[in-house]
Write a protein that binds this ligand. Structure first.
Ligand code: SF4
Ligand code: SF4
Length: 92
């Protein structure tokens, strides 16, 4: 199976150089993973390198369509608190 990059990806380039299979490529509107190349990093690394570096929650899915970095996993802000937290930050 292969991982998948979806909307939300901000084309930051962090993941592409880390991919041992050169499966991540620049594309529009966002980067994409070549399903023929992606090995999910099995045998190479302890965890998928693209997902381990990606700073945007929910932008990379596993082979079953489940977010590798679900909402709240990187920011520590639970989804139900996000709107209030953003309003708080903007008001500073
Ligand atoms: S899971 Fe590994 S092989 Fe697949 S795109 Fe990400 S870094 Fe590349
Ligand atoms: S690290 Fe995440 S946000 Fe950056 S290009 Fe890769 S998938 Fe997109």
């Amino acid at each position: 199976m292969a991982l998948k990059i979806i909307e939300g990806c901000v084309n930051c380039w962090a993941c592409a150089p880390l991919c041992p299979s050169r499966a991540v490529g620049e594309a529009k509107p966002h980067f994409r993973i070549d399903v023929r190349r992606c090995t999910e990093c099995e045998g190479n690394q302890a965890e998928p390198q693209c997902a381990s570096i990606c700073p945007i929650e929910g932008s990379i899915l596993d082979g079953l369509g489940v977010p590798m970095n679900p909402r709240g996993s990187l920011t520590g802000i639970p989804p139900q608190r996000m709107a209030a937290a953003m309003a708080e930050i903007r008001a500073r």
